[in-house]
Design a protein around this ligand. Structure first.
Ligand code: PEP
Ligand code: MN
Length: 374
């Protein structure tokens, strides 16, 4: 059961304390409070877990500080959409809004290799008006002898260059909870010039202890990749782990499924699930065309398969694109064969604009048609 309080409820007021006391005395119920700090107002929510069938929702509605009460009807208690659920489907982080109505492109390096490449990438991104990028410092590799990423050694120059080029959010995968501390320390040492979105990779989607650790921190939002060999439901439950620990600022990323049915692509593109995840949950949905398609083949017009896959996701309403670029892919230490070239970035963004406009037109048409039906 979820209880939403009236905006800006004072938590020292007797009315609030009365409700808190009532909830704390409900038998066999655990109460978790969650605060949503919006640009205009602060919302307080209570999540009740346990034997909620015995709780009378009408009694709770009678408390003056309560705006709305609803029962959680199915899975994904925190992140899921439920009947009468008026919670927002966006969050703000470091001045950037992420939500089910937004679209952000995170073009960047799969793996940080040297400061020159980081700078070339960030300069290109900022010249084209983007404020986000991707930078891999900790790389989970199939082969133990492959390059594992520069780790914390590269963070000082990555963050410093982000500040120089006005990058507000860097998506960065972590594979261990100590990486959170390393990132926080490096951010602090460099004067917090940028924000970091912590990425959980597909290989770690069901690393529950890592999910719990990342969910417990609230400094950074989390980008969780769909597991490449598990059901959508299992991956959404993994995302719910993050929220159940307290961090509700979660973005879900589709990145293709592992099967040779997708050959010659690296994975089978699953972007038809963009509207499914938006329907089932409040999470913004990201697509990763690079790790889905995994190669630089193109059609007769020169449109890369990666671009086709991207526009398929965007025209279906994707809210974020995570994509690999590299100044010199043949020298890239990780995933060179799928990296797009620097001179393709502007074309890529224009192609995305076409698909985004088409999505917005489709959305307007659907709204018109459904209102006519009523
Ligand atoms: C990545 O984005 O760098 C990555 C390793 O992706 P995935 O976890 O989807 O394979
Ligand atoms: Mn990669």
């Amino acid at each position: 059961m979820i209880i939403i309080l009236k905006p800006d409820t004072d938590k020292t007021s007797p009315e609030f304390l009365q409700l808190r006391d009532y909830l704390d005395n409900l038998p066999n119920i655990k109460v978790r409070m969650h605060e949503v700090e919006g640009a205009q107002q602060r919302l307080t929510e209570f999540y009740l877990v346990g034997d909620t069938m015995s709780v009378n929702a009408d009694d709770i509605k009678n408390f003056v500080v309560v705006e709305r009460v609803f029962r959680v009807s199915r899975e994904y208690k925190v992140l899921g959409r439920h009947n009468d659920d008026i919670r927002e489907s966006y969050f703000d982080y470091n001045g950037v809004r992420f939500g089910q109505d937004e679209l952000h492109v995170f073009a960047g390096l799969c793996a940080v290799d040297n400061p020159d490449h980081v700078e070339i990438m960030m300069r290109a991104v900022s010249e084209l008006g983007l404020e986000c990028t991707r930078m891999g410092a900790y790389k989970p590799r199939t082969n133990p002898y492959s390059f594992q990423g520069h780790g914390k050694a590269c963070l000082p120059y990555v963050f410093e260059l982000a500040g120089k080029y006005g990058i507000k959010v860097i998506a960065m995968e972590i594979t261990h909870d100590v990486h959170i501390d390393e990132i926080n320390q490096a951010l602090e040492d460099s004067g917090n010039p940028t924000g970091v979105m912590l990425q959980i990779g597909t290989r770690n989607t069901q690393n529950f202890e890592l999910l719990k650790a990342v969910g417990r921190q609230k400094n950074h939002p989390v980008l969780i990749k769909r597991g490449f060999g598990i059901t959508l439901e299992e991956s959404l439950n993994a995302a719910e782990y993050l929220a159940s620990e307290g961090n509700h600022n979660v973005i879900f990323c589709l990145r293709g499924m592992k099967t040779n049915m997708g050959d010659p692509h690296r994975n089978l593109v699953d972007f038809a699930h963009v509207p499914v995840v938006k329907r089932l949950t409040h999470m913004p949905v990201c697509i990763d065309p690079s790790h889905s398609v995994g190669l630089r083949e193109s059609d007769a017009q020169g449109i890369l398969d990666i671009m086709h896959a991207t526009t398929q996701g965007v025209i279906a309403g994707a809210n974020m694109v995570l994509v690999d670029f590299h100044p010199n892919p043949s020298k890239a230490l990780v995933d060179g064969p799928q990296a797009m070239l620097m001179d393709e970035l502007e074309w890529f963004l224009q192609d995305i604009d076409i698909a985004r406009k088409a999505y917005l037109e489709r959305k307007a048409l659907a709204e018109k048609m459904t209102s006519l039906r009523r």
